[in-house]
Write a protein that binds this ligand. Structure first.
Ligand code: ADP
Length: 315
C-alpha cells in the first residue's frame, strides 16, 4: 500500500487563556470572566486537523516534564495523533499565554520552552521511523529555524511532499526554499517574507512569484474570507472561500494546512486537497478557540457537498 500518513514536525503548547471584558492597561489588574487551558501550538493544531481528517498522523515535537505535558499529550491522543515521535525532555512544556477581551481582541505571549529542544537528530530519527508510512511532511516556524530548515531538506530527501506554513513569519536561510514543495502563507506572512504588500489576488500573485523564483514548486497564498490563490509554474488559479458565518478566525490557517496535508497524503489531486483545506479553514472560523475549532472529516465533507461549485478558475 502507498504511504498515506502525515508527519508534522512542529510546536506543542499549552494554551492558557484568560477572558475579560477588556484587556488590562499596562500595570493594571482586571477581573476576568472565564479561563481555559487547552492543547495548542501550530504543529499540534495541524496534527490534530490531519488526524481528524482521517490521515494516520505522527507528530515530532517535544514536551516537558510538568503537569502541562499530561494535558497536551492527552489532547493529542484524544484526537488520534500518534505520540511515538514525541519526546519528553528535561524542560517545561511550551506555553501560549493568551488574553481575550469581549470583542475578541487578543494579545499573546508564546514561550517555546521544550519546543526549542527539538533537534535535527530527533527530526532525522522521526523521519526514519515513519518514512514508510507517511507521504507528507508539515512544517511551521514555531520551532528553531535551523531545525525547520533541516526537516525540509531531510523530508525532501526521504521523498516526502514537504509543506511549509511560514508562520510566524521570519526570514529563513535562502537554501530552504528549494526543499519546499508547497508553501502556505497568509497575507501578512506573504507580505513579511516577500516584501510585496499582499492585499488582493493581484498582489498575492506577485508574492507567489517570489516563492517560485526561489524554487518552491507551489505557492498557496491564503486570503482569509477571500479564499486562496494557487500558483505553480504552469498555472495560476483562484479559489473563492466557502461562505460561512465566522465567530473567531483563530486557527483557520492551521485547519487549512492540516486538512490540505491529509488530503494530499490520501492521494487526492491538488485541487481537491485545496478545497478540503479551505473547507476546514472556513469551519474553524465558526467555532471559538483554536484546537476546539478544528473540524473533522465529516463536517468538511458536508460543507464541500453543500457548495460543489467552489472551484478554482484562472485568475
Ligand atoms: P490564517 O489563519 O493563517 O491567517 P487564513 O485566515 O488565510 O489563514 O485562513 C486560511 C483559509 O481558511 C482561507 O484561505 C480560507 O479558505 C479559510 N477561511 C479563513 N477565514 C475564512 C472566512 N472568514 N470565511 C471563509 N473561509 C475562511
Amino acid at each position: 500500500m502507498e504511504p498515506n500518513g502525515v508527519l508534522v514536525v512542529g510546536s506543542i503548547t499549552a494554551d492558557v487563556t484568560a477572558f475579560s471584558r477588556r484587556l488590562p492597561r499596562r500595570g493594571e489588574t482586571v477581573l476576568g470572566e472565564d479561563f481555559t487551558l487547552v492543547l495548542g501550538g501550530k504543529g499540534a493544531n495541524q496534527a490534530v486537523t490531519a488526524a481528524r481528517a482521517g490521515a494516520p498522523t505522527w507528530m515530532a515535537g517535544c514536551v516537558g516534564k510538568d503537569p502541562f505535558s499530561d494535558i497536551v499529550l492527552s489532547g493529542l491522543r484524544s484526537h488520534g495523533v500518534n505520540l511515538s515521535e514525541i519526546r519528553s525532555v528535561d524542560n517545561r512544556t511550551g506555553v501560549a499565554h493568551i488574553r481575550v477581551d469581549a470583542s475578541g481582541e487578543n494579545d499573546i505571549v508564546i514561550t517555546p520552552l521544550a519546543n526549542w529542544d527539538l533537534s535535527v537528530e530527533m527530526v532525522d530519527d522521526s523521519i526514519d521511523a515513519v518514512r514508510d508510512r507517511v507521504a507528507v511532511l508539515l512544517l511551521q516556524l514555531e520551532i528553531r529555524t535551523d531545525v525547520a530548515r533541516h526537516a525540509a531538506e531531510a523530508g525532501a530527501r526521504a521523498g516526502l511532499t514537504t509543506v511549509l506554513d511560514p508562520a510566524p513569519a521570519q526570514s529563513l536561510p535562502e537554501d530552504v526554499w528549494r526543499h519546499i514543495d508547497v508553501v502556505t502563507p497568509n497575507e501578512s506572512e506573504a507580505t513579511a517574507l516577500t516584501g510585496v504588500e499582499v492585499v488582493d489576488v493581484e498582489s498575492a500573485e506577485r508574492a507567489a512569484a517570489w516563492f517560485l523564483e526561489r524554487r518552491v514548486r507551489h505557492a498557496l497564498i491564503t486570503l482569509g474570507s477571500s479564499g486562496v490563490l494557487s500558483v505553480t509554474a504552469e498555472r495560476t488559479r483562484y479559489f473563492p472561500a466557502y461562505p460561512v458565518s465566522p465567530v473567531d478566525t483563530t486557527a483557520a490557517g492551521d485547519a487549512f494546512t492540516g486538512s490540505f496535508g491529509a488530503a494530499l497524503a490520501s492521494g487526492l489531486d491538488i485541487d481537491s486537497a485545496i478545497r478540503r483545506g479551505m473547507a476546514a479553514g472556513a469551519l474553524a472560523t465558526t467555532v471559538h478557540g483554536a484546537s476546539p475549532s478544528l473540524p473533522d472529516r465529516q463536517s468538511v465533507d458536508e460543507l464541500i457537498s453543500l457548495y460543489p461549485s467552489v472551484d478554482g478558475g484562472a485568475s
